[in-house]
Design a protein around this ligand. Structure first.
Ligand SMILES: [Fe+2]
Length: 183
């Protein structure tokens, strides 16, 4: 289930707000400049669909987003618990960081948790199938794909190395609930 849990950034033990329906999640994220949408596939999609089939199923929504923000590259990534790099992949963006490009992900399947830090609060957003999340460049955040990472996601890029993490050095992520606490 898609959820948004909001904490003060200095108190990971007190939930300030919790939402599990679309509009409140969209509105709360919009208030900090993060876009959140739900997309429908325009054709049935099997779990084993190729990247080309995935793109075709969401072609109109992909084109609209590319047009709106000038995304140049779009690809499809998958992660599963048996992937040899699953643990390494989880650790990669588990500490607080920013990017010089948008971090834009559409969850074709599976799930993952974005933790967005803004205005003294942390917005823990668990994204699931059908969710699009769009973090503008320089948004402070971290991402937890959980101990058994499972997702297929469409990624959007404007610049070649925009996905590189600029780590803040703050250990805040270690103090907040892991993905599995919300799953
Ligand atoms: Fe990131």
């Amino acid at each position: 289930m898609t959820t948004l849990t909001i904490y003060a950034d200095n108190d990971p033990h007190t939930v300030l707000a919790h939402h599990d329906t679309f509009e409140p999640i969209r509105d709360a994220l919009a208030s900090i400049g993060v876009e959140f949408e739900r997309w429908q596939a325009n054709q049935p999609l099997s779990p084993t669909a190729t990247p080309e089939e995935v793109m075709a199923a969401y072609q109109e929504a992909i084109d609209a987003l590319k047009q709106k923000y000038g995304f140049v590259t779009v690809d499809v990534v998958s992660m599963h618990p048996d992937h040899p790099q699953a643990e390494v992949a989880r650790g990669k963006f588990l500490a607080e960081h920013t990017h010089s490009d948008f971090e834009t992900r559409f969850f074709v399947d599976g799930s993952g948790a974005f933790y967005i830090r803004s205005g003294g609060k942390v917005y823990m957003t668990v994204c699931t199938r059908g969710d699009l999340i769009n973090l503008p460049a320089n948004t402070t955040h971290w991402f937890d794909m959980g101990p058994k990472p499972t997702f297929k996601a469409i990624r959007f890029f404007r610049i070649a190395d925009g996905w590189v993490g600029n780590f803040t050095g703050d250990t805040i992520a270690e103090r907040f609930p892991l993905y599995e606490a919300a799953a």
